[in-house]
Design a protein around this ligand. Sequence first.
Ligand code: FES
Length: 170
Amino acid sequence: MTTTVGSEARRFEAVLSILDRYERDSTRLIPILQAVQEEYRYLPEEILTYVAVALDLSPAKVYGVATFYGHFSLEAKGKYVVKVCDGTACHVKGSGPLVEALRKELGLEGKRKTTADLLFTLETVSCLGACGLAPVMVVNEEVHGLATPEAAVAILREIKAREGGKGETK
Ligand code: FES
């Protein structure tokens, strides 16, 4: 279908312009992958293969770099990435129950971190350097300190409502 072909072409257009920006210089693989991740919010497999071919590197080398750095993600992430700090101060102040409440609210089971509709990804991270505000939760770039499970769930519900009432309960 034309629309599929069109969106597929657009998908590769972005990586093409990133490669051009870095002059297809394989020594700049890390900044290239950072730019790809910023654009796609993760490193899609077919885009990594494309980058490898364009830079004349083996796909194994590109995957090796992508998996070595914790900063890179090979899995699709939600539009809203929720990070709960599980550093010592936040842990002591209740980050555990906070994560539990958020997982329940998002219906995440087992090892799942991202909701099926790709609206949210929930992650735990180490100290964010704001221990005075423990427990700390960050939604994309927005920092929420002294978070209680109730307040954190309310923040997610507000986002869901803004996004068209997905997951709303009456
Ligand atoms: S331990 Fe959470 S901000 Fe430092």
